[in-house]
Design a binder for this molecule. Structure first.
Ligand SMILES: [Zn+2]
Length: 292
């Protein structure tokens, strides 16, 4: 909500100013540096460019729509006394972790440098979390409590969710027309079931466009979010190996009532194996990172 403090992204400093006398040597240095950058392989995971499909949906409009849905969600949670207050220790913990990850976001998506990031915690038994386009993050207390997540595991979940936003998976899904009017209505009902309120109240949410809260991503999107999320967590100083424990906990929880998170995050058997396979690419980043 607008009254809540937002996490501001630290923008990179502006261009250097220099007198003419310095210009030529500096240009030469810049040229040399960019030549080195061109040949040096990028450290970390390899996922390629964002899908070109997404360009069919205007990013600013999608981010505005996400912002509205987020505000409505927080308002409903607040009216039911389920929105964590600023002084809540678990919320403070989430925001501390987010503050370490968010400055890394713009290197994956330049738009993210201007996003008005928000991190909120909703009291619910649901095992769920998401980051909507534009950097609007929600964690449900059930995820923290029922899976008893460590800070490293929270960072991996948060990195994963932020990665979906940075890689514009929602934009891509919408552009591909996967979200039909029917799916949007089902989304409204699911959103209603989270808070135990009349589904008709959430129909307005669905009518405003596709329900971004319950968007289901593809297997490829999930794999990408796992990898980018691991790298974000590692660079932020959180142990990316926590991804393995996280998925083991998620699978164990799935034997009882399936976590809501799994309904929007289809899990393949190879998921943990893929994470393990990619750990060597991000562990050096974690080892060098400043730890919390
Ligand atoms: Zn996901």
């Amino acid at each position: 909500m607008s009254l809540l403090p937002t996490v501001q992204v630290t923008r990179p400093p502006g261009r250097w100013h220099c007198s003419r006398a310095w210009a030529a040597p500096l240009l030469a240095l810049t040229f040399a540096a960019s030549s080195i950058a061109a040949v040096a392989p990028r450290e970390g995971v390899e996922v390629g460019a964002n899908s070109a499909f997404g360009r069919l949906v205007p990013a600013d409009r999608l981010e505005r729509s996400a912002g509205l849905q987020y505000a409505q969600l927080l308002q409903r949670a607040s009216s039911q006394g389920a929105l964590a207050a600023d002084g809540d220790p678990q919320l403070a913990r989430l925001r501390t972790i987010a503050r370490r990850i968010i400055p890394l976001a713009a290197s994956w998506n330049p738009r993210a440098g201007a996003w008005q990031w928000e991190v909120n915690l909703i009291g619910s038994r649901q095992i769920n979390a998401f980051c909507m386009p534009g950097g609007k993050i929600v964690f449900f207390s059930g995820l923290l409590r029922q899976l008893d997540l460590t800070d490293d595991e929270v960072a991996v979940v948060m990195g994963h969710e932020i990665a979906h936003a940075l890689r514009e998976h929602a934009r891509e899904r919408l552009a591909k027309g996967v979200v039909t009017q029917g799916a949007a209505r089902i989304g409204g009902a699911v959103a209603a079931s989270i808070f135990g309120i009349d589904p008709r109240l959430t129909d307005g949410l669905a009518r405003g466009g596709a329900n971004l809260l319950t968007l289901e991503f593809s297997r490829e999107d999930e794999s990408e979010a796992d990898l980018v999320g691991m790298e974000l967590a590692a660079r932020a100083g959180y142990d990316p190996r926590a991804g393995v424990a996280l998925w083991q906990k998620m699978s164990a929880a799935n034997k009882g009532a399936p976590p809501q998170w799994l309904s929007t995050h289809p899990s393949g058997k190879s998921r943990i194996a893929d994470i393990q396979k990619n750990l060597p690419k991000v562990l050096p980043l974690y080892e060098r990172a400043v730890k919390p």
